[in-house]
Design a protein around this ligand. Structure first.
Ligand code: FES
Length: 106
């Protein structure tokens, strides 16, 4: 597992979800109540990017069929989604956001 610098906190201004790539993994980054979280980028239902979704009270709502996931845990909340999102460790140093993901291909 390797830590990757993926964003600056200022990038969340006006954009609650950011799409990023790190170590061969597509990520969605969220800032909720000042805390940054990372999940896999695509919905487990039909693979739509969650970066176009709506953040509502700690949940990400998929833009395709309105599936809901708890951002902090990745847990699917029913409706059309039944598989949880993968989540990744996040740390913030100064204004830089780091995410720990596995090395591509390993
Ligand atoms: S693709 Fe996300 S709910 Fe269907």
């Amino acid at each position: 597992m390797t830590w990757h610098a993926v964003a600056d906190l200022a990038e969340f201004d006006g954009s609650p979800v950011l799409a990023r790539e790190a170590g061969g993994v597509s990520l969605a980054l969220y800032r909720v109540d000042g805390v940054v979280y990372a999940t896999q980028a695509h919905c487990t239902h039909a693979g739509v990017s969650l970066a176009g979704g709506e953040v509502v009270e700690g949940y990400i709502e998929c833009p395709a069929h309105y599936g809901l996931f708890e951002i902090a845990t990745g847990r699917a909340q029913g409706g059309p989604v039944c598989r949880d999102l993968a989540t990744y460790p996040v740390r913030v140093e100064g204004s830089r956001v780091w995410v720990e993901v596995g090395t591509a291909g390993l």
